[in-house]
Write a protein that binds this ligand. Structure first.
Ligand code: SF4
Length: 480
């Protein structure tokens, strides 16, 4: 099993009406790695919202006809989603579009709200009716409620931020504004840029800015609300510096694309360093270094550079098959690993191979990959993992499961080595990861899935099924 990211968000504000749907399409395409279960785009043409959201990949859902049916506009928001088992439904697809007394609103969300259960119960007790099991709908209700008493939507969002605990990046579209905000600890990445034509673009990762030829302006600060409208760009910073920054270190290990810059730091460079530290700390005599595509490749290159052992492409990845988690059943997952990764026998046969991957979750996928290498003739397999062992679950939007299924929580390193079937096994030391993860001279990251030090209280147990809604909603809505 590999980790699932939770979502990617994207938004565009153009001073002049244009094809913002296709800009959003390209942005979402670049963010597809953050979620492959559903996707959606909402276009705002003078306050008229046209939406399309559907289960499936961006390239499949948004055909040329669908994109042109969204029409032109000045503002658009988009979303890609990875759901957990039981939550992959049409009702949970985003962005969420709602009508309220002050107008229309579309909301796209990434993260996990720790206190959503309490908030939702409070809303339900006041008569709110929910159509999905997403945090997004809870947030939308809270914003609408606050909007009744606040002078603007950004002030309503600011009020809601005071109620939310957890990890979130949110992009909201009102009839006249695009608004982006990031939680005060900054768990999930969010940045914005500008095109040569003066269009503002907001995205989970900078690779999506690149995709629409927007130049990065900066990251949205933890706790900041950025507003894009006819008056230009401005911020509300009431929640900045109210909490210690806890950016997710796993964005650098796995979640983010290597060509992204997150919080001013190159993901590719961070992964190279991870590989170098592994080579320094855990050297081995070998003939070749290979990485497991995609997120093991950069760290493998770093291992090779540091050790002097030649880097080879060890696997051909079938790019037309999604990530391993698309198939929920174990048998399908195993089949998919085999279909997705084919070892290049000439690179590994008869050789002592260093294999670098980003992490081990349950160990089953790793064992399968190692077997592929053995079958292809690898003489020895030395496994180097570019993150520390997962010992604890994540409550902040990355789907790292309960301790009971995390192999490192249940077994010693030697037992894992045997279960995975490798000659040697070493993880990146947490202390070394912390040396790499220095921003502006200070370490501002969350490592909770490795060290159990959560910045918030863990959430109260959620009855997930209680919030499961399996209905088909209108796939295309047009509202005023
Ligand atoms: Fe990231 Fe792990 Fe912290 Fe979750 S617990 S936010 S995956 S570092």
């Amino acid at each position: 099993m590999k980790i699932r990211e939770e979502c990617g968000v994207f938004g565009v504000y153009a001073p002049n009406e244009k094809n913002v749907a296709s800009m959003t399409y390209y942005g979402l395409y670049a963010l597809q790695h953050r979620g492959q279960d559903s996707c959606g785009i909402v276009v705002n043409d003078g306050g008229v919202f046209t939406a399309k959201k559907e289960l499936g990949l961006v390239g499949d859902v948004f055909t040329k006809e669908v994109l042109s049916s969204l029409g032109n506009g000045k503002i658009a928001v988009g979303h890609v989603r990875a759901g957990t088992k039981g939550t992959i439904t049409q009702a949970n697809a985003q962005p969420l579009v709602v009508s309220h007394i002050k107008g229309c609103m579309a909301v796209a969300f990434n993260g996990n709200i720790i206190n959503k259960s309490e908030l939702r119960t409070g809303l339900e007790l006041q008569g709110s009716i929910f159509h999905s099991s997403t945090d997004t709908e809870v947030i939308a209700y809270e914003i609408i409620k606050e909007r009744l008493n606040q002078p603007s939507i950004e002030h309503a969002i600011s009020s809601v931020m005071g109620k939310l605990d957890g990890a979130y990046t949110i992009v909201v579209m009102s009839p006249t504004k695009l608004i982006a905000c990031r939680d005060p600890r900054g768990y999930r990445p969010l940045c914005y840029g500008i095109t040569d034509e003066g269009d503002y673009v907001v995205a989970s990762e900078s690779c999506a800015l690149d995709a629409v030829n927007a130049k990065m302006v900066r990251d949205v600060e933890p706790g900041e609300i950025v507003i894009f409208d006819a008056m230009g760009v401005r911020s509300i910073k009431d929640f900045c510096n109210t909490k210690k920054q806890s950016s997710c270190i796993f964005e650098f290990v796995y979640n983010a694309r290597p060509d992204s810059i997150v919080d001013g730091y190159s993901v590719h460079q961070a992964r190279l360093e991870m590989g170098k530290y592994l080579a320094k700390k855990y050297p081995v005599e070998a003939d070749v270094v290979i990485g497991v595509p995609d997120s093991g490749l950069d760290a493998a290159l770093g291992f090779s550079k540091e050790s002097g052992i030649p880097y080879e492409i060890g696997f051909l990845k079938n790019k037309y098959i999604g990530r391993t988690f698309i198939f929920p059943e174990q048998k399908d997952r195993e089949d998919q690993v085999r279909k997705k990764l084919n070892p290049i026998a000439s690179a590994v046969a008869g050789k002592r191979v260093v294999m670098v991957d980003d992490s081990i979750v349950r160990g089953t996928t790793s064992a399968r990959i190692v077997k592929l290498l053995r079958d292809a003739g690898a003489k020895e397999v030395h496994f180097r993992v570019s993150s520390p062992p997962f010992l604890f679950p994540c409550y902040y939007g990355t789907d790292i499961p309960n301790k009971e299924v995390l192999i490192a929580n249940q077994h010693t390193q030697e037992e894992i080595r045997q279960l995975v079937g490798v000659d040697t096994l070493n993880y990146l030391d947490l202390e070394d990861l912390k040396k790499i993860a220095i921003l502006d001279g200070k370490n501002s990251f969350c490592y909770a899935c490795f060290d159990g030090k959560y910045a918030t209280e863990p959430p109260k147990a959620l009855e997930a099924s209680k919030y499961e809604v399996k209905i088909n909603i209108n796939e295309k809505t047009k509202r005023h």
